[in-house]
Design a protein around this ligand. Structure first.
Ligand code: FAD
Length: 415
């Protein structure tokens, strides 16, 4: 008789919850350091309003296998709403510009329109020149004028660095790629962008993305308040809190791994792991004026926040009462309450502060060598039945669906 394998999953974010379900035929136990599941997608209720502690998570996927797997857990029509993304950019001295801004050139002043049109013809002439970094990519796709008006100030707020230092490889598939013909066609027809994964999206009727985490956490074995600080090799297995496991799936932060894992030498990777770049996010729950937007992008260099996620528009139950409309204001990295209050005064849409939280690890930043280093580390760990899965375990810019997709792919490769 085959003995059922015992598997430890470290981390009860979307990656850990997904893999725990996918490996249900084994004896799986999830260890989660917080008191509830969800990781980056967790939410609280503050003064009767739903508060996404990070971002304002919505769901969709281009992967059919992910969609089929995900919807097995939910009643799509009853438990979720479906919305078409209504994103806009609030650009100084310009009317509110529907997103994507390159499809709505007609709203700019005539002089700016002429410059953008000249740029677009330039793009057509230079179309064989390959961009080497994020700045070159943006200029080669959208031209210098739109780059200066929007793409540069907006992305500098998010990435807090010279856009020439951001390699393109790790943003693959996450960037809009319109051709000049498409830009012109879309302007004639006022087309909203429909190709990005969240052009339309699903959102739970109640409790935001915590609803997703809570449902996925049902029917699996999770030990909460269990921050794992030691994974120790013992014979052919792994000892975690005195219990022996055949395999470990690590869905936490790779930066912690060298100090947690013992019995296998990964010291050669230590320095590279230490130097992995990242950003954090300060998410501010606010009351705001009533709009019908889903996201408002804020390129204005006058203040540091880069977007308002209109979470109060995603589900009526997200707002304490029907007269209140809530939203999450986002800043890259840490910002204290006093500074937030000062900043809010400069930002449009009549924001009123409710609460805020800073999360240290929200955006992994890859260097050109990161994937190679992690693939090498993964191969070494696999031979010892240790696997890496998730946004900060793999240092990948995953959305929820990409994290689920990575879990599906891993589950097919295991044992
Ligand atoms: C601002 C922002 C907005 C986003 N918006 C969207 C969106 O709208 N739609 C979308 O699809 N995706 C969105 N994402 C991406 C999404 O948040 C991630 O893809 C997803 O949550 C990653 O899940 P994860 O399980 O890989 O990692 P995490 O959510 O980081 O989970 C890791 C878990 O491991 C636990 N843990 C860590 N170390 C230990 C330890 N030693 N012991 C025990 N437990 C441990 C943590 O507490 C945590 O619960 C957004 C991300 C950000 C930052």
């Amino acid at each position: 008789m085959e003995i059922v394998k015992k598997i430890a999953v470290i981390g009860g974010g979307i990656s850990g919850l997904s893999i725990a379900h996918l490996l249900k035929k084994y004896d799986v136990k999830v260890f989660e350091k917080e008191s509830k599941p969800g990781g980056l997608i967790k939410c609280d209720i503050v003064k009767g309003n739903l508060y996404h502690k990070v971002g304002g998570h919505v769901f969709n996927s281009r992967r059919q296998d992910v969609l089929e797997w995900f919807w097995k857990f939910f009643n799509k029509d009853v438990e979720f709403t479906k919305a078409i993304r209504n994103a806009v950019a609030s650009i100084p001295n310009t009317p509110i510009c529907p997103y994507p801004i390159e499809n709505h050139i007609y709203i700019y002043e005539r002089e700016i329109q002429r410059n953008i049109i000249k740029d677009i013809f330039g793009i057509e002439e230079n179309k064989n020149g390959k961009p080497n970094n994020f700045e070159e990519f943006l200029i080669s796709r959208f031209g210098k004028t739109l780059y200066e008006i929007y793409f540069k100030p907006y992305n500098q707020k998010i990435w807090k660095q010279d856009l020439r230092n951001i390699p393109l490889s790790w943003l693959e598939g996450k960037l809009p790629m319109p051709t000049p013909e498409e830009i012109i066609f879309n302007n004639f027809n006022h087309v909203k962008e429909m190709n990005m994964v969240h052009s339309s999206f699903y959102y739970p009727q109640s409790n935001g993305s915590q609803f997703i985490a809570d449902r996925l956490a049902k029917d699996i074995s999770i030990e909460y308040n269990s921050g794992i600080d030691s994974i120790k090799k013992e014979g052919s297995g792994w000892n975690i809190q005195g219990e022996l496991f055949d395999a470990v799936i690590f869905c936490g932060n790779i930066k912690e791994l060298p100090s947690i894992l013992s019995g296998i030498d990964i010291s050669a990777y230590r320095l590279e792991i230490e130097s992995l770049g990242y950003h954090g996010t300060t998410s501010v729950l606010c009351e705001t004026e009533h709009t019908d937007y889903s996201w408002i992008y804020l390129p204005d260099p006058e203040y540091d926040a880069h977007r308002i996620i209109c979470t109060g528009n995603f589900a009526a139950s997200n707002n304490a009462t029907s007269s209140v409309r809530t939203a999450t204001l986002e800043f890259t990295d840490y910002i204290g309450q006093e500074e937030i209050l000062q900043q809010i005064k400069k930002i449009p849409f009549s924001l009123k502060y409710i609460t805020h939280e800073y999360t240290k690890y929200t955006y992994p930043i890859q260097s050109p060598d990161t994937r190679q280093m992690l693939n090498s580390l993964k191969s070494k760990l696999i031979s010892e039945n240790v696997y890496l899965l998730g946004r900060f375990a793999e240092w990948e810019y995953y959305n929820m669906d990409a994290a689920m997709g990575a879990a599906i792919d891993l589950s097919k490769k295991l044992f």
